[in-house]
Design a protein around this ligand. Structure first.
Ligand SMILES: *[C@@H]1O[C@H](CO)[C@@H](O)[C@H](O)[C@H]1NC(C)=O
Ligand SMILES: *[C@@H]1O[C@H](CO)[C@@H](O)[C@H](O)[C@H]1NC(C)=O
Ligand SMILES: *[C@@H]1O[C@H](CO)[C@@H](O)[C@H](O)[C@H]1NC(C)=O
Ligand SMILES: *[C@@H]1O[C@H](CO)[C@@H](O)[C@H](O)[C@H]1NC(C)=O
Ligand SMILES: *[C@@H]1O[C@H](CO)[C@@H](O)[C@H](O)[C@H]1NC(C)=O
Ligand SMILES: *[C@@H]1O[C@H](CO)[C@@H](O)[C@H](O)[C@H]1NC(C)=O
Length: 395
């Protein structure tokens, strides 16, 4: 008999694998300098832009992009199957994904259900697999996000996206298979209505949520994974059992980016919404003091930590640990990021100096897929694919 418990069990097993195999940090380095504009061995290449037309019906929006990216998505879905099968060798879970995951999970809210159906049909990848692929991202994004404010009140928001799956190391070149494949799926998306940009995001083709994005002249938003004992698996289980009032985190950020009208409104929604899994929301605005890290349990907001330039708090840094707790020693990206920020000083904040920080090991590591730099006020949005050549930490 297949049931929801199996799914939960596998998700749990995967999360433990993800956090539990991290190794002691052997490869750290002094704050990097002169890395920008990106070049050299830590720069893999640019990220292609695609427009997503929100005036089209949800089913049709992703068609062009997905037709383009179908072969790569197929490969990564197969890797995902291998991982799931390795964790559940009887094959039951994969049968469930193939057979009736979409039935078990029930309907997703508009526009996500139709968008995923459209993606499934455009790629000939089953809807169950597309849904599983979308859930994957909810659970495994390790990251570093930073918001800074300079002396003139100008804000910058930057992030590294690290994909937190350590399974599937390629023995022949020691690269992480999934991380490598995700680089091929990484796209910049320009979501448009009436032929005008509504928001921009960096995403993986096939994923309909948003983990990194901005709304020109309004706000910027990134999500970091938060591991919690009151974790996401309960939320996923409740969802399966029919309690559908909670939001998937990648979906709530997409909604906020698409339909949000101000920093304050976005902050309110992200603080109050019921979530399926715990998360950190890192939200930046356009005026002095508009920058915060929202630490979320599924139902409650535990902490809203804001910029406060008058009190000398000119940056906020968030990785995957609550700020009032020490990071795990072997996974500490917070301390080096803070140290490098202090060295840059508030006088010298720029895309260039922040890219330097995000290029410093272990903030840059083998799981890092891309670096995004956002300037809401001047409408600048840049994303770069990253590499971290040996010796580099892969957890
Ligand atoms: C899922 O499919 C299997 C076999 O195809 C079936 O036995 C099971 O009842 C289905 N479960 C649901 C919830 O539809
Ligand atoms: C999907 O399958 C249909 C029918 O088998 C085929 O005509 C179509 O070309 C396939 N599309 C892709 C993107 O592989
Ligand atoms: C592993 O690395 C080798 C050498 O770079 C490459 O040819 C092969 O395709 C990789 N395997 C996977 C599964 O990515
Ligand atoms: C959309 O905007 C682009 C660039 O401004 C322009 O070239 C194009 O003609 C516009 N398309 C429509 C349908 O208005
Ligand atoms: C944004 O609002 C429109 C109009 O209410 C709605 O149709 C759409 O689904 C919303 N988008 C998201 C991502 O929730
Ligand atoms: C500011 O940062 C740039 C780029 O890293 C560097 O070249 C310059 O020396 C720095 N200036 C000061 C005053 O630290």
């Amino acid at each position: 008999m297949l049931g929801p418990c199996h799914l939960t069990f596998v998700l749990l097993a995967m999360a433990i694998t993800c956090t539990g195999t991290q190794r002691t940090s052997l490869w750290t380095e002094d704050c990097r300098k002169s890395m920008y504009p990106p070049s050299g061995p830590t720069y893999r290449g640019p990220v292609p832009w695609y427009a997503i037309n929100l005036d089209l019906p949800p089913y049709d929006r992703w068609h062009e992009l997905m037709t383009n990216k179908q072969p790569v998505l197929k490969i990564i879905v197969n890797s995902m199957r291998n991982i799931i099968n390795a964790l559940s060798p009887s094959g039951e879970v994969m049968q469930m994904v193939d057979g009736n995951l979409s039935k078990i999970l029930g309907k997703f809210p508009a526009p996500y259900e139709e968008e995923m159906k459209g993606i499934s049909d455009a790629t000939n990848i089953s809807l169950g697999e597309i849904i599983a692929f979308n859930i994957f991202y909810e659970l495994f994004t390790m990251c570093t996000s930073i918001i800074t404010e300079d002396k003139k009140g100008h804000l910058l928001h930057v992030r590294n996206l690290d994909f937190g799956i350590s399974l599937g190391q390629n023995v022949s070149d020691s690269k992480l298979v999934i991380t490598e494949q995700l680089k091929l799926l990484t796209v910049n998306l320009d979501f448009k209505r009436n032929n005008k940009t509504v928001f921009k995001a960096t995403s993986f083709a096939g994923y309909v949520g948003a983990l990194t994005g901005f709304k020109p002249e309004l706000f910027s938003l990134t999500i970091n994974e938060r591991f919690s004992i009151h974790g996401g698996y309960l939320g996923v289980l409740e969802w399966i059992l029919g309690k559908k009032d909670a939001m998937w985190i990648g979906f709530i950020t997409r909604s906020v980016l698409e339909n949000g009208t101000s920093y304050e409104e976005a902050k309110k929604i992200l603080t109050q919404a019921n979530l399926l899994v715990p998360a950190y929301f890192i939200l930046g605005g356009k005026q002095s003091g508009e920058g915060c890290v929202i630490t979320r349990e599924r139902k409650d907001s535990l902490d809203v930590y804001e910029l406060s330039p008058k009190q000398g708090r000119w940056y906020v840094v968030q990785t995957n640990y609550d700020r009032w707790k020490a990071p795990l020693f072997h996974n500490d990206r917070r301390t080096p990021a803070q140290m490098c920020l202090k060295r840059v000083t508030q006088e010298n904040l720029s895309f260039s100096t922040l890219y330097n920080i995000l290029s410093t090991k272990p903030i840059l590591n083998k799981l890092t897929v891309f670096t995004t730099l956002i300037d809401v006020t001047s409408n600048r949005y840049e994303t770069y694919l990253r590499d971290c050549p040996h010796p580099c930490m892969g957890w």
